[in-house]
Design a binder for this molecule. Structure first.
Ligand code: HEC
Length: 98
């Protein structure tokens, strides 16, 4: 019984450390949290993700750091901004239909 409890604790600590070690810089995750509501949701005036995906990464980064999306990207560090821009531009915007 005591052994089992100790093991459980050890696992929890290890999992916590792992989660802490790698700060999540997933462009996809950030996009879903911070951008999708408007850009996937067809909010009036918001261009869709496929539109954004055709832009150069530098343009997206600029829009987020010094352009129209500056308020929406508030709180993101440069690494996160780059990750979102990379994710948006390096994946197919929509399923390819044949
Ligand atoms: C509150 C809704 C909202 C959120 C959240 C939002 N956007 Fe936008 N976004 C807009 C609207 C509306 C426009 C059009 C603004 C304009 O044309 O002035 C826009 C424009 C843009 C553009 C410029 C497109 C172009 O053709 O010039 C980019 C790039 C962009 N958003 C990326 C993002 C990213 C990346 C995020 C997440 C960090 C994000 N947006 C979050 C509503 C939103």
């Amino acid at each position: 019984m005591r052994l089992a409890a100790a093991c459980g604790l050890g696992l929890a600590v290890a999992a916590g450390a792992a989660a802490h070690a790698q700060t999540p810089v997933s462009g996809e995750q950030l996009y879903r949290q911070r951008c999708a509501a408007c850009h996937d949701g067809g909010l009036a005036g918001a261009p869709g993700r496929d539109h954004i995906a055709r832009k150069p990464q530098a343009y997206i980064v600029h829009t987020l750091t010094d352009g129209a999306m500056k308020p929406q990207a508030a709180g993101l560090n440069p690494e996160q901004v780059a990750a979102v821009a990379r994710w948006l531009t390096t994946r197919p915007a929509a399923p390819v239909r044949r």
